[in-house]
Design a protein around this ligand. Structure first.
Ligand SMILES: Nc1ncnc2c1ncn2[C@@H]1O[C@H](COP(=O)(O)OP(=O)(O)OP(=O)(O)O)[C@@H](O)[C@H]1O
Length: 541
């Protein structure tokens, strides 16, 4: 039997909770970071076999609470009671030995090793399993891979981790924790980078795990996650637990308003439709683009983006979206083709990329790809234009700019001297979006710009992006959320296998057609790309 081909039967065995049951009470937990009270007297029960959705706006204190349960921080006040006994959890090792596992938004994988090797290394008895591996596949190896087969059928365990998509990495992290046989699983935004099919598979697994007696705490901003599997919803705001609701007591709308509190940001959103862009000359020409990185490649991409146009990029994750973004901004070298902005070649296979203030880039996972965690917010903002800084930079204007971004995007805490690593994931995302969108970028490449954001913050980000489009910027927007793409993008290009498999006008297309282009037979669509002389007669001559 080839590796990765697992009998469904062996999965059933691993679902059952081994050992005694586990009930947890968090009692009156308080945690402060300097002047910020991240958790303020929180009491919460986690019962056996239940799925709790932990909701709250960015910075509400959700991750901090769960990190204390996982032994990453000690509470300043309060206690953790497990099966009736007050228990000190002073390290993740202690948490894991008690049967508590946590999957983070940031990955902890070894890119140069295969999926299987990463799983073997994380397995509780690695030497034994590694030894067995030397003598060929057998029952032990199948056990290590059982959850992987459930969550990502068809993924070859010999694939190197560096060649996996973000979604696949997220699933691999989850499998590592599932393999520990944790009785309580904490999942921090597990579906934020998963395409719909993978998210559904994960929901199914969560339901099975809870049926088998495991408890799951799901930190999420996605209402679909809550509606699909939560038994109970706990809502936090400003470090406090404000509501606990059972399944029969909430619906999607009531949860959204609970999370937003008294905020009236939604009503401030400029809902005037974006201006029509048909017939405008293209600003950005993506001509015959080829690039590859590991097993990811993009082949012969031809697209143009007009002034003020929002071109949405849809596709199942891992189909070349992130490589396309990197190739556009010059972070991945091109093997063929070129990227032209307003008639000027930004880069091509034969010309090294020019860094340009005219390009704004919001990469996926900003905490890893867009900031230095141990530098201040001000320094991180200044980094975006460091070439313009003098040898001894004047920090006052940089701090003023940072404060403007903080206020515009409601970054909390609002202190520019904080280190970027001290911000919650969502607040960091807001800072990066604010930094990239300030000024007048001509081309904006935004990869999942609202990932991990609460509904209010996500609307603010869309608002800012659309305002830039109204000012004439060309926007390439990669998203997993087809509903949002259909609501706001002027056109949608679908990437499949590194090629454009369909180009759609959301006003005249339906989800089914776009879904077929995402998953159906590979079919390439090419758009006519004007020559520079046709597109910009004066600049090119
Ligand atoms: N290590 C730290 N040092 C200083 N402040 C921190 C630290 N970790 C969190 N905080 C602060 O504690 C508060 C709560 O952060 P937390 O990450 O728990 O929020 P969250 O609800 O998980 O937010 P998000 O949805 O954005 O991930 C925030 O104000 C954050 O800036």
């Amino acid at each position: 039997m080839p590796r990765g081909m697992i009998h469904a039967g062996c999965i059933q065995q691993t679902f059952q909770v081994q050992g005694s049951f586990m009930e947890i009470q968090l009692y009156n937990i308080t945690k402060r970071f300097g002047e910020v009270t991240a958790n303020d007297g929180i009491s919460l029960d986690i019962r056996q076999g239940e799925v709790i959705a932990l909701l709250g706006e960015n910075g509400a204190g959700k991750s901090t609470l769960m990190k204390m349960l996982f032994g990453l921080y000690p509470p300043d006040e309060g206690s953790i009671i497990i099966n009736g006994h007050e228990t000190l959890i002073d390290s993740p090792q202690k948490a894991m030995s008690l049967g508590i596992g946590m999957v983070f938004q940031q990955f902890n994988l070894i890119p140069a090793l295969s999926v299987l090797d990463n799983l073997l290394l994380a397995y509780p008895k690695p030497p034994f399993w590694t030894f067995r591996r030397l003598f060929g596949a057998g029952a032990p190896q199948r056990k290590v891979l059982a959850y992987l087969e459930e969550l990502a059928p068809g993924l070859d365990p010999n694939t190197l981790v560096r060649d996996l998509s973000v979604g696949q990495r997220q699933l691999l992290e989850l499998v590592k924790v599932l393999n520990l046989d944790a009785k309580v699983l904490i999942l921090d935004e597990p579906t934020s980078v998963l395409p719909p099919q993978e998210a559904e598979r994960l929901w199914g697994l969560i339901r099975k795990l809870s049926d088998a007696g495991r408890s799951i705490v799901l930190i999420t901003h996605k209402m679909q996650d809550v509606m699909a599997c939560a038994h109970r919803v706990v809502v936090m705001r400003s470090g406090r637990l404000i509501k606990t609701l059972s399944r029969e007591d909430y619906n999607e709308a009531s949860l959204v308003s609970l999370m937003m509190g008294d905020s009236n940001r939604r009503s401030e959103i400029d809902t005037t439709p974006l201006p029509e862009v048909t017939g405008r000359p293209p600003r950005v020409l993506i001509r015959n683009l080829h690039a590859h990185q590991g097993v990811q490649s993009i082949d012969d991409i031809n697209l143009n983006i007009g002034a003020g146009e929002i071109l949405g990029i849809a596709g199942v994750s891992g189909n070349g979206q992130l490589l396309l973004a990197d190739a556009l901004v010059g972070l991945a070298s091109l093997t063929r083709g070129e990227v032209i902005l307003d008639g000027i070649t930004l880069h091509s296979a034969s010309q090294a990329p020019k860094t340009s203030e005219r390009i704004a880039y919001i990469p996926e996972q900003p905490a890893v790809n867009a900031v230095a965690g141990d530098l201040s917010l001000t320094t991180n903002v200044a980094l975006s234009h460091f070439r313009q800084l003098s040898f001894f930079p004047a920090w006052e204007p940089e701090e003023t700019l940072t404060l403007n971004i903080i206020h515009r995007y409601q970054v909390r805490p609002d202190n520019p001297a904080l280190l970027a690593g001290q911000l919650s994931g969502g607040n960091l995302q807001k800072l990066v979006v604010g930094r990239e969108l300030h000024g007048r970028p001509d081309l904006i490449v935004a990869a999942y710009p609202t990932m991990g954001l609460d509904a209010g913050a996500a609307h603010d980000i869309y608002q800012a992006l659309f305002a830039k489009a109204r000012d004439g910027a060309a926007v390439l927007w990669i998203s997993e959320d087809l509903d949002d793409l259909m609501a706001y993008a002027h056109r949608i290009a679908v990437l499949q296998g590194g090629q454009v498999s369909g180009l759609f006008d959301p006003k005249t297309s339906n989800r089914l057609d776009i879904g077929r282009a995402m998953t159906g037979e590979k079919k390439t669509t090419t758009e006519h790309i004007p020559t520079p002389a046709e597109a910009h007669p004066r600049t090119a001559s």
